[in-house]
Design a protein around this ligand. Structure first.
Ligand SMILES: Cc1cc2nc3c(=O)[nH]c(=O)nc-3n(C[C@H](O)[C@H](O)[C@H](O)COP(=O)(O)OP(=O)(O)OC[C@H]3O[C@@H](n4cnc5c(N)ncnc54)[C@H](O)[C@@H]3O)c2cc1C
Length: 463
């Protein structure tokens, strides 16, 4: 494509090679930007610890957000070329995989796009009880992530508490309240669908620290819970909305407020399930006998001078499952500096910096660069900025020790790593589409479990 362009005069003599670690949106937008570069041709390997690409688009975006997942048509484009950008799945980089130092011997630059996968804690007593999970762990379960730690969530009680005021809290509430027959038309793996079919959940309580005028939901997401079949939405706001609250300036918060005000008059109806939105409440304790969560103790809050303060007044909600959706943090990358407080790698527009000085050949993009904010599209601008910086630095990048691009495969063998290629992934992709046809009405059904995924990757018969 751009290979006929002459290299820039001070470019390194060999064709620069870039490793992008993480095949989520930010990594794939970075690969696309590198491929489109008209500065000099660059070879790119996209490494991911999973055999499947797309990061949180596959393992975070809610299964019933089928349209949202169609972004993969854009994200897969860099691989169409077949050689300039290669997918090397099933390759973890770091302590439990290929050490970063080893990669640095093979690539002139490394772009870290590993996201933010750690759940933040509430820091309250009882959080360790069975039935209490972070949203990352819970979402990984219903999305069929191969290392989901929640194997069989406890959906055997009518009450569930979801703590959080963002879209992830609404995703979880919706998945738990939606009729299993509707979930059958999504890509949830069979074992997840079976659990949802057996679910005893009837009341999903979403607990929000602040008032209804401050929620950060996307209005479209909030609207969806009101449109769910056979689900009543009930607002618990202590009469705040009826009395009238100050109108927020933010357009989205204003739309949310209009919806919540309309719902505030809802009385419990005859629907099979209910989503309760509790405002100005914070969980202070999870309680339960026998090591299992049974109740959540909430404290009422008030907002004074913009600060949320507990009033000391408490109430209890029965729940056999508690999911905290209060944000994520990135994981430190061995060998790189880390900002513990913000859970990101310190950087200047994507250039990794240590004590204010750029670390040669090291870049970041996506959630590990800016923290867990924004929508999928936000990662495109973010990746463009990082790639711009990398291309500016091309002439000064550290030399790679091995001139042969394929020498990396010997290193993989040395570490017992068997990479999954793009064609291998397409085998798994085809198998999932086939499973969707078997279930009927689903675009695909995810293959869950690493071994099953690898088996499908390596079975050429399915395509
Ligand atoms: C529950 C949830 C729902 C969401 N829903 C939406 C939505 O509906 N719409 C929307 O616009 N946005 C949504 N988002 C936000 C969106 O998913 C993110 O903006 C985006 O995925 C961030 O991209 P990323 O590439 O930085 O990270 P990720 O998508 O997390 O990708 C990181 C990749 O790095 C890989 N990786 C991690 N560590 C290593 C390692 N050591 N070695 C190799 N590979 C590694 C991972 O396997 C993963 O594939 C949602 C987020 C969450 C958490």
């Amino acid at each position: 494509m751009t290979s006929s362009l002459p290299p820039i005069p001070n470019a390194p003599p060999e064709r620069p090679r870039v490793a992008v670690i993480g095949a989520g949106p930010s990594g794939l937008y970075a690969a696309a930007a590198l491929l489109a570069s008209d500065v000099t041709p660059v070879d790119v390997d996209v490494l991911d610890r999973l055999p499947a690409p797309y990061g949180l688009v596959r393992y975070g975006v809610a299964p019933d957000h089928v349209k949202m997942k169609s972004v993969i048509r854009v994200l897969q484009r860099p691989f169409a070329d077949g050689s300039r950008v290669r997918f090397l799945g099933n390759v973890a980089v770091g302590e439990n995989g290929i050490p970063l130092d080893v990669l640095r011997e093979h690539y002139h630059a490394v772009v870290h796009a590993t996201g933010s996968s750690l759940d933040r804690d509430l820091g309250i007593p009882g959080e360790e009880l069975a039935g209490s999970h972070g949203s990352g762990a819970f979402v990984s379960w219903y999305c069929g992530h191969p290392d989901a730690t929640v194997l069989e969530p406890l959906l055997d009680s009518p009450g569930v508490v979801v703590v959080g005021a963002g879209n992830v809290a609404l995703d979880i509430a919706r998945v738990l309240a939606r009729a299993p027959a509707e979930m059958a038309t999504t890509d949830v793996p069979e074992h997840v669908l079976a659990t949802l079919r057996r679910s005893a959940v009837r009341d999903v309580h979403v607990v929000v620290r602040r008032g209804p005028q401050h929620v950060r939901f996307t209005p479209a997401e909030l609207r969806q819970i009101g449109e769910l079949d056979d689900v009543d939405v009930l607002v618990h706001d202590d009469g705040l909305l009826a009395a009238g609250v100050e109108e927020p300036e933010d357009r989205r918060q204003k739309q949310n407020l209009e919806m919540l005000t309309a719902w505030a008059g809802n009385e419990p109806g005859t629907a099979s399930r209910r989503i309760h939105l509790h405002f100005l409440r914070s969980p202070v304790r999870l309680e339960g006998a026998g090591g299992r969560v049974e109740h959540v103790v909430l404290e009422r809050n008030e907002v004074r001078d913009g600060k949320v303060l507990g009033t000391g007044e408490q109430e209890t909600v029965d729940a056999g499952l508690v999911v905290r959706a209060i944000g994520y943090s990135g994981e430190p990358i061995p060998g790189l500096p880390f900002d513990q407080e913000n859970g990101v790698v310190p950087n200047d527009g994507g250039r990794v910096v240590r004590d204010g000085v750029p670390v040669p050949g090291s870049y970041v993009t996506g959630w590990i660069k800016r923290g867990p904010t924004g929508v999928i599209g936000t990662n495109k601008h973010d990746a463009l900025e990082t790639v711009e910086k990398l291309l500016e630095d091309l002439a000064e990048l550290p030399e790679a020790r091995y001139p042969d691009r394929d020498a990396i495969f010997e290193r993989f063998a040395e570490y017992g790593v068997e990479p999954v290629t793009w064609d291998d992934w397409l085998n798994l992709d085809a198998e999932e589409i086939r499973l969707g046809e078997v279930r009927g009405g689903a675009e695909r059904v995810k293959v869950a479990g690493l071994d099953a995924m690898l088996d499908a990757c390596r079975s050429a018969a399915v395509r």
